[in-house]
Design a protein around this ligand. Structure first.
Ligand code: GNR
Ligand code: NI
Length: 170
């Protein structure tokens, strides 16, 4: 399984809206497996296809606690159908904004539907970390990164830090 390079801010690709997947076939599943290995290698708890430069509405996720059995999840063409009025704040990070964190407030619960690894339609009522993570990942599919919720000043500071990290790693 391949490990793909992850793009970081301010890469303009991260602003693009991803396109729906037309068919869930073996070729797509190979890509899903590559996304999962890329996410585990990073390491991260979620990854959207756009983070590896592919404009498709695909997410992979594993929010199982450290040291417990892996629980890989694949979400194709996910759509949020309901969000709660009650909000929750989580200290979010993003593989496309490496080593930077900020408290982000989002609806505490949501319902969403998606196609699974086999192309079967599924529905979920998400709470806790799953609700936070799915909304963070859905944002990527719509060209939004968590730092877009911060003030302009904070956002540019985060981008500057990520640019410096990238330069130091050259
Ligand atoms: O690995 C990740 N951790 C995380 C922590 C809090 C809220 C969201 C996330 S998702 C992130 C991986 C990532 O960038 N997904 O797009
Ligand atoms: Ni992210």
């Amino acid at each position: 399984m391949a490990i793909l390079p992850i793009i970081t801010v301010p890469d303009p690709l991260l602003k693009k809206v991803s396109k729906p997947v037309k068919k869930v076939d073996d070729q797509l599943r190979t890509f899903l497996d590559d996304m999962l290995s890329t996410m585990y290698a990073a390491p991260g708890i979620g990854l959207a296809a756009i983070q590896v430069g592919i404009l498709k509405r695909i997410l992979v996720m594993d929010i199982s606690p450290d040291g417990e059995e892996a629980d890989p999840q694949f979400f194709i063409n996910p759509e949020i159908t309901w969000t709660s009025d009650d909000m929750a704040t989580y200290n979010e990070g993003c593989l496309s904004v490496p080593e930077q964190y900020a408290d982000i407030e989002r609806p505490a619960q949501c319902k969403f539907k998606y196609l699974d690894y086999h192309g079967k339609s599924q529905k979920v009522h998400a709470t806790g970390l799953l609700a936070t993570c799915i909304q963070h990942e859905m944002d990527h599919l719509n060209g939004i990164v968590f730092i877009d919720y911060l003030s302009k000043v904070k956002r540019s500071m985060y981008v500057r830090k990520v640019k410096k990290l990238a330069k130091d790693n050259e």
